[in-house]
Design a protein around this ligand. Structure first.
Ligand code: UTP
Length: 286
């Protein structure tokens, strides 16, 4: 079985749900407290054993490249001012992992974006992490590593899933199970009566390279976009897919409430912030 060494992170979407800020700032670079969402996601990759990452980016998202690059002027100033802790923090960002970029000329959908990774991936299984889906693991294993464990157990494609409130199934790709954790199908945004379960696929995947044959032959789906889920549905006719019911919390930072929740949850775990934040919130809601 081939090891999962590479990850693809699509970040070329329009971010329309988070306008107006996304007019000039990519949602994926918005900070959760003081660290961009994407940095948490890259750290999740590195801690899961990923060696190379490809960002599918766009002409409007240059500051993503800037964030993960060396910053000569900032680094020399920090060194000159003897701010060694900050210097180390900044230098570590550009040393974390080998990162590559390719541009999606037009945001034609997640399936179209991921298809652009074909020559980078070659003949290997790989991880896909959506750049606006932030995961906070509740164990010492990052969420992506939990998916890789399922891949290594069954030699299969894997989708990260979690239960969602039945009233919210209409927002997600809902999993239809065949038996135990084996997936039969995904029903895109069903109403509650038509939903085959209340487990949703949530922004973390391991797929085998045969996915590219399906992405090459994809037709436009929901919203006239090429949907990655449709590519996976076609591959499901030929290969096994298993669900990884991961342990952790999922935040969709591409919408306002998800973004606010992530900031509060992460701040409540920081020794320098949690006490002041708790008393502030308590006063606010009194
Ligand atoms: P989303 O559907 O959540 O992002 O895609 P979006 O299209 O930016 O969202 P809205 O509806 O306009 O607010 C999941 C991930 O896939 C990327 C996005 O940047 C996001 O990280 N994506 C989406 C692409 O790279 N290219 C696309 O054509 C679409």
């Amino acid at each position: 079985m081939k090891k999962v060494r590479k990850a693809v992170i699509p970040v070329a979407g329009m971010g329309t749900r988070f306008l107006p800020v996304t007019k000039s700032v990519p949602k994926e670079i918005l900070p959760i407290i003081d660290k961009p969402t994407l940095q948490y996601i890259v750290e999740e990759c590195v801690e899961s054993g990923i060696e190379e990452i490809l960002f599918i980016t766009s002409p409007y998202k240059r500051n993503i490249e800037d964030h993960f690059d060396q910053s000569f002027e900032l680094e020399s100033r920090l060194a000159k001012n003897n701010k060694l802790k900050e210097l180390e923090m900044v230098q570590n960002i550009s040393k974390m992992c080998k990162i590559y970029y390719i541009r999606q000329g037009e945001p034609l959908g997640s399936g179209h974006a991921i298809k652009l990774a074909k020559s980078f991936i070659g003949d290997e299984p790989f991880a896909v992490l959506y750049g606006d889906d932030l995961m906070k693991s509740s164990t010492n294993k990052p969420v992506l590593k939990q998916l890789i464990d399922v891949y290594e157990k069954y030699d299969c494609n894997v989708i990260g899933v979690q239960e969602v409130d039945p009233s919210l199934v209409y927002k997600y790709g809902i999993i239809e199970f065949e038996k135990d954790d084996k997936i039969k199908s995904i029903v895109e945004k069903p109403n509650v009566e038509a939903a085959p379960s209340n487990f949703a696929g949530l922004g973390r995947y391991i797929v085998k390279p045969e996915i590219f044959l399906e992405l090459d032959n994809l037709s436009q789906g929901k919203g006239n976009e090429y949907q990655f889920t449709d590519g996976m549905l076609n591959l499901m006719q030929k290969q096994d897919f298993y669900a990884c019911k991961f342990k952790g919390t999922y935040y969709d930072i591409g919408n306002q409430l998800g973004y606010i929740k992530a900031n509060i949850a992460f701040a409540l775990e920081r020794d320098d912030l949690k006490d002041d934040l708790k008393s502030y919130i308590n006063n606010l809601i009194k």
